[in-house]
Design a protein around this ligand. Sequence first.
Ligand code: PLP
Length: 443
Amino acid sequence: MTIVPQMNLSREALEPYWLPFTPNRTFKANPRLFVAGKGMYYTTAEGRQVLDGMAGLWCVNAGHGQERITAAIREQAGHLDYVSSFQMSHPLAFKAAERIATLTPPGMDRVFFTNSGSEAVDTALKIARAYHRARGEAHRTMLIGRAKGYHGMGFGGLAVGGIGRQKRDFGPLLPGVAHLPHTHNREHQAFSKGQPEWGAHLADELEAMAQIYDPSTIAAVIVEPVTGSGGVLPPPKGYLEKLRAITEKYGILLIFDEVITGYGRLGAAFGSTALGVTPDIITCAKGMTNGAVPMGGVITSRKVFDGFMNGPESAIELMHGYTYSGHPLACAAALASIDVYEEQDLFARAARMASYWEEQAHSLKGEPHIVDIRNIGLLAAIEVAPKDEPMSRSAPAGNICFEAGVLLRTAGDALVLSPPLIIEESEIDRIFDTIRKAVRSLS
Ligand SMILES: Cc1ncc(COP(=O)(O)O)c(C=O)c1O
């Protein structure tokens, strides 16, 4: 039985904390506070149980409060709280890298630790440029992202990201960045199950860009294998394969941002494996520690890593790193998370549950206001037509679901779902039934 600590926060006590990505004044007038999490459920400060349809924020893939992870963090804190990773380290960092390399596509086995997805993305972009420079191609600096892409909030990730509203307030971002078109088209793809049939040709835009900018100036292309925060957009069949072929043809590095698709979300350890396309660099975070300790990582191919190992042996090969890279508590959590994923066979479980998930998600077709349903692995988006302003139906629908005990996210006009991989069929039913009732109640 979970003991819920009493929460008596006055309005004044809420003031100092500046919440991220939140309308602070609205939130503080009606705060949404959680005090415990176990399995599929959160407990709110009022003592209500809420079904977590988002795995926290796409991260608690093995469900909340996995004892083994909690114990590993506790134990590590008792032995070694911190050691720098600059010219020293500790054994768990090597063990964590070794285990992570067993999960990745063959040949992707060099791991650089960061503390978040944003840091992983900025690190990957820097590695891409520095890699070309180390090979004597310092002129390859251009970075290509994609419309609707989300790559975190560092200046690098923001620059290659493709959501304008997130950039607007922050002045000039990185120069030398261009964007591919996004892959969503309701006219051709609405209610597709899994990867849409239509849209592989959109990757040909990269070929066009190579001609516009000259391919020898392009360092890397970064995409999420499945666009996540931009509204859950599975890649059209053949699209990622084409991106791979074009990048290979021109010596451009392909970066898959797997911060969401990593750690089982698509029914395999990484989306690259699930989708059958191997990039040169993978970024990950979130499910890496099951959300329990901040951690991110950049996984590179042997080719990329070896590209740095040519200068004098006493020279630092990559002038980059963070105070908390490879933090002992994060490494302990990363190892214990892999134990949990493997012992509970959660990646295969996600693959098995994906068809029931798809069936139930698409059972909402025909309900009022629903204009598209998208799914892949244990991800789904239910898109509702706005009444007038963007989010004028999705935001109230999300609130109605929360009041009914189901937590989901809104991404523009889409209701987005990414549950823990331990989800049961009855919980899948509950999520989609709750959404059904919510959209029926909207005017
Ligand atoms: C694809 C992707 N990349 C990067 C990030 C940024 O990760 P973080 O919030 O840990 O910095 C996210 C976060 O949602 C993400 O979805």
